[in-house]
Structure formats: structure tokens, C-alpha cells
Design a protein. Structure first.
Length: 489
């Protein structure tokens, strides 16, 4: 079934793009057209920004009470839940996610996070709190007021469309900001569904505007002086450009970028439990996740055993049509992404690493952007494949001899987004986790990385700022001190 959106969503209405241009949306599993999306010009984006600006400066949303905003967002969550099965089907076709991935990571989890922001975080967060009296030349009191930042440009990536859109939209709306959402050009359809959701839930006009387009649309969002904050998810290369483009107008910039995260497996770890995390982070959504643990650091005494287990598990993964219930891994998002992964695999071989399993295109899949789950061994951390992000189903195994060496290797990266530690002694594992220069770490498979309460974001080249929970809400708030005198000397 073709899903067609010919219009942009601006100021609460569906508006034709200036040029009348549309682009086809391709199913990465079979290269068939599954949708149509409009293409916004700079003028269209400017109109969307102005709608958000007017809604912020003159509209009701920033001036609503916390409970009023929460009620609207809860209605949006209700509509999203009502349409979840439709979103699952669209996600499978649009992103190439397996059905189980679409049902969990791609839809139910982000909808639950959106609801949590509306029901828990927003209602408990103090938007005003009193300051203690101060004494000096007199007595003074006051309040610390937290206010919406303003117009927020939300730019998301292609790999988890609904998840990324909602992770940005939830805190921005909760804070009282008005927004312009720009999805990735290859996965725009789920974003336009949010326009329909906003309509049904009664979100005031101009609070959510949705534009799709390419580079020029993104540049307009990053440079336009009427935008106050930019939240971007994507590669660190583009993230740096967003930061540069926003600098002349001193916009606040939130960046969620790449990762090359390490999974440390100690000499006494339960390999069969750790195996699940190694395999999952290789094949989940064909490895297209910035926080996946794609560098497996294994104590030298266990490396042969783990390599054998991982190789067998990856070789058994069924690659193919993501709509089939027994498919273990679907395609990459585009031909360009597959070409990048294949180039890095070739570099790994040229630099002396060994392919233990995979490395090519699956037999019999002539249509679609597929590649085999792949594992490299004989890898040194200085190699390109240990330093650069594949964003594909490729993992590397690297040996270490001591905990200190494992920490050194893990931190020897320009990224710092995630990490994992496996050790029989949880105190030992926790001590290692504390030393990792990353935004979050799981210990012995702990699932805190998916909690709506745990801040998500990176160190170093992995980004700026945090998403989710209290920390995510704070990114879209300004802090103001209002003080007054009680008595004077």
C-alpha cells in the first residue's frame, strides 16, 4: 500500500510545497516505491519557522500550565497507541526494520517514552522553585523560574524514525517550546503521521510544523535567526557543520552523534550471557545504531571460545525480508550505506584483519540493500575498522590481558557514547564502568540504556547534551532568576 503525503504540515494545516516537488520513498528490502513525500524549499522551511515563532511569541502553548500541556501530550500518546499497528507496518516498509524490531524499539518503546515525559517527568519537574532568603545590605528573596527555550528545530536520522522524532519532540513540547521537525529524507513518512496525530489530539497550530527535504532545508534550520535551539541526530561530520552554522546566531545546539562503543568481557564472565549482547548489537536493525556495542574487547584467555560462539551465532542468522516473522536481520537503509559498509570491510582486510564470518552480500537476495552479519578477528585497536563507525552489521573482536588495558583500549576512541562490562564480580564490573569515558554503560547486561529515566548522550565526538528524562527536558528550558527585596537596611 502506497503512503502518500504531498503537503507539508505548517501552522496546523497541510500546505503544498512552493515547488510542488515530491520524492519517492523506497523500501530498502526490495527497492520498491512505498510512499511519496513532499520536498521543502528554503522558503517552505522559513514559513514553518515563522509559524513556530508566532506560536511561541503570541500563542497559548508556552503560557499553558504544566498540567494543560501534559493533557494534550497524553492525548497524543493515546492516538499514537491507537495507530501503533499502522506505524509498525509503515516502519517495516520504510526503514527495513524486522517486525519484532518495529514492534519494540521502533514504536512501543518511543511511544512509552513520550507518555512518560507527559505523565511523570513534566508533572514532577519544578518549573519554579523558591530561593532561600539572602542577607547583605538587606533581605532578599526570589524564585528560580524555568521557561521554554523558544523555537526548536528538530532534525532526526533515518535509522529509528519514530523513536528519534519522539525523543526530540517529547521534551521540546513538555518544556513549552514550539517546533519544526525535519525527518531524514529517506524515512519521512512516520514524521508526517505525527502531523495527523497532533491534529487529532488538539495541539495548537504552529506548535508542531513538519518539513521534509535535503541539505538546504537543514541549513535553513541551523542558520535562521528565528530558531533558538537545534537538536540534531546524525553523523559527527554533519554535526560539526550544524554547530558551525548555528554559531553566528549563538543558537543552543544539542547533538546526538556517532559511536564506536566497547563491550568489555572479562576472564570470569559468563560467555553465554555476554554472547547475546554481542550478537544483538551486531544484527539489531542491521547494526544501524549509534549506541550499539560494536567493539568486543575480550580477555585473551577467553577469545577463542567467544569467537567460536559468535561466529556460529552470526552464521545462523536468517537475513531477508523484514516483514517475515522469522527474519533475524533486514537490509541496510540505502545503497549508499551498504557501499560505505563494504568499503570499510575491504579496508579491514587490507589492514590485516581476518573475517571470521560474513563479509559479503547474502546469496539469493538480488533486490534490497542487504549485507551478511560480519565479524572481524585479529584486530588491533589502531585499525580503521576499530576506530570508524560502520553503521552496519559488522563487529570486531580485540583481545586484552588486564582490566587496565581493557579500559585503555575502550577509551582509545574519538567517540564516547556507550559501553558494556561483563564480569562475575559486580563490584569489579562497576569499577571498570566508572572508568569508561562514555555517556552510559550497562553492567552484565543491565537494560538501563532503554529506560526513559536514564539520560542518553555522549562524551567527546559523540555529541553535546542529553536526551530522555529530567536531563532531556532541561535541554529545552531556560533558567531565570527573579529576585525582590523584602526589607532594606
Amino acid at each position: 500500500m502506497l503512503k502518500e503525503f504531498h503537503d507539508l504540515f505548517i501552522d496546523g494545516a497541510w500546505v503544498a510545497p512552493e515547488s510542488g516537488r515530491t520524492e519517492s520513498v523506497i523500501n530498502p528490502a526490495n527497492e520498491e516505491i512505498i510512499g511519496i513525500a513532499p520536498v521543502a524549499s528554503c522558503g517552505d522551511v522559513s514559513r514553518a519557522i515563522q509559524a513556530a515563532r508566532t506560536a511561541f511569541d503570541d500563542g497559548p502553548w508556552p503560557r499553558m500550565s504544566v498540567r494543560e500541556r501534559s493533557a494534550v501530550m497524553i492525548r497524543m500518546a493515546d492516538v499514537l497507541e491507537k495507530r501503533q499497528e499502522e506505524l509498525v507496518e509503515l516502519n517495516v516498509a520504510e526503514s527495513g526494520s524486522t517486525r519484532i524490531g518495529a514492534q519494540t524499539f521502533q514504536t512501543s518503546i518511543p511511544i512509552a517514552h513520550f507518555r512518560d515525559m507527559a505523565e511523570r517527568v513534566l508533572l514532577k519537574y519544578p518549573m519554579e522553585e523558591p530561593m532561600a532568603p539572602v542577607f547583605g545590605g538587606g533581605i532578599g528573596q526570589g524564585v528560580i523560574s524555568r521557561e521554554p527555550f523558544g523555537v526548536a528545530a528538530l532534525v532526526s536520522a533515518y535509522n529509528f524514525p519514530l523513536y528519534l522524532n519522539l525523543m526530540k519532540l517529547a521534551p521540546a513540547l513538555a518544556a513549552g517550546c514550539t517546533t519544526v521537525l525535519k525527518p531524514a529524507p529517506t524515512t519521512p513518512l512516520e514524521a508526517f503521521i505525527l502531523g495527523e496525530v497532533a491534529d487529532e489530539a488538539g495541539l495548537p497550530p504552529g506548535v508542531l510544523n513538519i518539513v521534509s527535504g535535503d541539505i538546504e532545508a537543514g541549513v535553513e534550520l541551523s542558520t535562521n535567526p528565528r530558531v533558538d535551539v537545534v537538536s540534531f541526530t546524525g553523523s559527527e561530520i554533519v554535526g560539526r557543520k550544524v554547530l558551525e552554522q548555528a554559531a553566528p546566531t549563538l543558537k543552543k545546539v544539542i547533538l546526538e552523534l556517532g559511536g564506536k562503543s566497547a563491550n568489555i568481557i572479562s576472564d570470569d564472565a559468563d560467555l553465554h550471557r555476554a554472547l547475546g549482547s554481542v550478537v544483538r548489537d551486531t544484527i539489531l536493525h542491521a547494526g544501524q545504531g549509534c549506541a550499539f556495542l560494536t567493539r568486543t574487547l575480550v580477555h585473551r584467555s577467553r577469545i577463542d571460545e567467544l569467537t567460536e560462539l559468535v561466529t556460529a551465532a552470526l552464521a545462523a542468522v536468517k537475513v531477508g525480508d523484514p516483514a517475515a516473522t522469522d527474519t533475524g536481520m533486514g537490509p541496510l537503509g540505502s545503497a549508499a550505506q551498504r557501499a560505505k559498509v563494504e568499503e570499510l570491510i575491504a579496508i579491514g582486510v587490507d589492514e590485516g584483519a581476518t573475517i571470521a564470518v560474513g563479509g559479503g552480500r547474502p546469496a539469493g537476495l538480488d533486490k534490497g540493500f542487504y549485507i551478511e552479519p560480519t565479524l572481524f578477528v585479529d584486530v588491533d585497536n589502531s585499525m580503521t575498522i576499530a576506530q570508524r563507525e560502520f553503521f552496519g552489521p559488522v563487529g570486531v573482536i580485540i583481545p586484552f590481558d588486564t582490566d587496565d588495558e581493557a579500559v585503555r583500549i575502550a577509551n582509545d576512541s574519538e567517540y564516547g557514547l556507550a559501553g558494556g562490562v561483563w564480569a562475575k564480580d559486580p563490584v569489579r564490573a562497576y569499577a571498570i564502568a566508572k572508568r569508561l569515558r562514555t555517556g552510559y554503560v550497562t553492567v552484565n547486561g543491565g537494560g538501563g540504556g532503554l529506560s526513559p529515566h536514564g539520560p542518553f548522550g555522549g562524551y567527546k565526538q559523540s555529541g553535546l547534551g542529553r536526551e530522555r528524562g529530567d536531563a532531556g527536558l532541561e535541554e529545552f528550558l531556560q533558567t531565570k532568576t527573579i529576585a525582590w527585596g523584602v526589607a532594606s537596611g
